[in-house]
Design a protein around this ligand. Structure first.
Ligand code: NAD
Ligand code: UDX
Length: 466
């Protein structure tokens, strides 16, 4: 079998960085080089301030960096030296052209693939790590074969990543499964075995699933769509709970006790965020439509629509509760990241809520323990598409919860950071005008205790009755 000695990963982002750092740590005999075009990102990976916040990541990088783990902008050298190349570049939703708003934009993936074909002087195993539409590996193979030099052959594998942000290192150390898709030819199977051996350094063999290429690609979209569907289902039920006095946590607990269902991933919320769920479902919608399966497309689209509904329903609830107007009122937003234990804000529901409140001419005061001021401004201006000047007087970014909540007429919890569970709510209450409103978009607060202090508490998925 082929022995992998040198790995190159193209794309030093949320997936490429942690995944290949863990491979380096677990496989000291393999040299791992992570390359990216973004100089600033690579510099950060080489510094003490890593470009992403992820519990446990610092330790992993420190243990391997400079030994068998390297970060570089020299993409060509990385490609040339490697036996196996992960392509872990971003595949965002297309903003214009055919499939705009739904299809995945594969330009970064294709550029990286083309570069491999141009630079490679020996045979390579090319691994699709990015999340892509079904049959993308076919396009990659065509690009590679059409541009390769004599004597160079390429094997394509699909190896989607299932890590979740905030628990990436845990997930990578002990994955539920590793999925590898390959062509069912002898050559394809040999390449698959080579990658299997890399993971087998720390993942039990029975957790390494080997399947056909197209199943592997589709499984990634399917997993994300079905996970998001659980959240949209529970969020849809949360609206019924609010109208009836049932409690969504009790309902989810009762439902999740069924071993066929399982208790995880049934937490009602202000809506799901993150760079993956919406993008991957829209991708599946587009795929279904391209395959002339409009009913299937409609089914999955509803998962995203329910999520949009949940976000706007919650925002409207804030306005309604504050006597139908928030104009000029100060609203504290606690949490900006799309979930706890990450500084990532892509598709964070907090952004949608903030925009809603700004549209209503409220003044917002934002606090998040891990998101930088610059990032919050990038999100509020949609990376420069919305002018900052008109909203500047209405936005404050605070360094502490106390500062954000001082004099706030409403406090809105958008991210489930652990520190929000342990706040001195009495002190916060003392600094708020009356009536003081709290909106718990994550079901993390002790509603009874806050009500006893004097707060008017609104929680997703619970009626007015306690
Ligand atoms: P990211 O934007 O954080 O990182 C992608 C990196 O690729 C960027 O740093 C970019 O500069 C670099 N890049 C783009 N084109 C390049 C090129 N031609 N050469 C070199 N570098 C290039 O994205 P991410 O969150 O790491 O996601 C990467 C892929 O993994 C996506 O397809 C995503 O859907 C998938 N995925 C993401 C997650 C997640 O939790 N973020 C989980 C599973 C799968
Ligand atoms: C997701 C998948 O879980 C992961 O397997 C895949 O590789 C990438 O996409 P991620 O987006 O990083 O991971 O985080 P995840 O934990 O799935 O949370 C996504 C969103 O759903 C967050 O906004 C989270 O707060 C929300 N969520 C999650 C809920 O609202 N309720 C839940 O019960 C779980």
């Amino acid at each position: 079998p082929i022995q992998v000695k040198k790995i190159c990963c193209i794309g030093a982002g949320y997936v490429g960085g942690p995944t290949c750092a863990v491979i380096a740590l677990k496989c000291p005999h393999i040299q791992v080089t992570i390359v990216d075009l973004n100089q600033q990102r690579i510099d950060a990976w080489n510094s003490d301030e890593l470009p992403i916040y992820e519990p446990g990541l610092d330790e992993v990088v420190k243990a391997a960096r400079g030994k068998n783990l390297f970060f570089s902008t020299d993409v060509d050298k990385g490609i040339e030296e490697a036996d196996l190349i992960f392509v872990s570049v971003n595949t965002p939703t297309k903003k214009s052209g055919i499939g705009a708003g739904f299809a995945a934009d594969l330009k970064f993936l294709q550029l990286a693939t083309r570069r491999i074909a141009e630079v490679a002087k020996s045979s390579k195993i090319v691994v699709e790590k990015s999340t892509v539409p079904c049959r993308t590996a076919d396009a990659m193979r065509t690009i590679l074969e059409a541009n390769s030099k004599p004597g160079c052959s390429f094997d394509i594998l699909s190896n989607p990543e299932f890590l979740a942000e905030g628990t990436a290192i845990e997930d990578l150390f002990a994955p539920d499964r590793v999925l590898i898709g390959s062509l069912q030819t002898q050559q394809g199977k040999d390449a698959c075995e080579a990658l299997t051996q890399v993971y087998a350094n720390w993942v039990p063999r029975e957790r390494i699933l080997t399947v056909g290429l197209w199943s592997s690609e589709l499984s990634k979209l399917a997993a994300n769509a079905m996970l998001a569907q659980r959240i949209s289902s529970v969020n849809a039920l949360s609206a019924i709970c609010e109208a009836t006095g049932a409690n969504i946590d009790e309902v989810a607990y009762a439902v999740g006790k069924d071993t066929r269902m399982g208790s995880k991933f049934l937490k009602a919320s202000v809506g799901f965020g993150g760079s993956c769920f919406q993008k991957d479902i829209l991708n599946l919608v587009y795929l279904s439509e391209s395959l002339h399966l409009p009913e299937v497309a409609k089914y999955w689209r509803a998962v995203v629509e329910m999520n949009e509904y949940q976000k706007s329903r919650f925002a409207n609830k804030v306005v309604d509760t504050l006597f139908n107007t928030i104009t000029g009122k100060k609203i504290a937003i606690l949490g900006w990241a799309f979930k706890k234990d990450t500084g990532d804000t892509r598709e964070s529901p907090a952004i949608t809520l903030a925009n809603h409140f700004l549209n209503e001419k409220a003044r917002i005061n934002i606090y998040d323990p891990q998101v930088s001021k610059d990032q919050i401004w990038l999100d509020l201006t949609d990376y420069g598409d919305i002018p900052a000047e008109p909203i500047k007087p209405h936005v404050t970014i605070s360094q502490s919860v106390e500062e954000a909540c001082h004099n706030a007429e409403a406090i809105v919890v958008c991210t489930e950071w652990d520190e929000f569970k342990k706040l001195d709510w009495q002190k916060i209450y003392d600094n708020c005008p009356r009536p003081a409103f709290v909106f718990d978009g994550r079901l993390i607060l002790d509603r009874k205790a806050l009500t006893n202090i004097g707060f008017k508490v609104t929680t997703i998925g619970t009626g007015d009755r306690l």
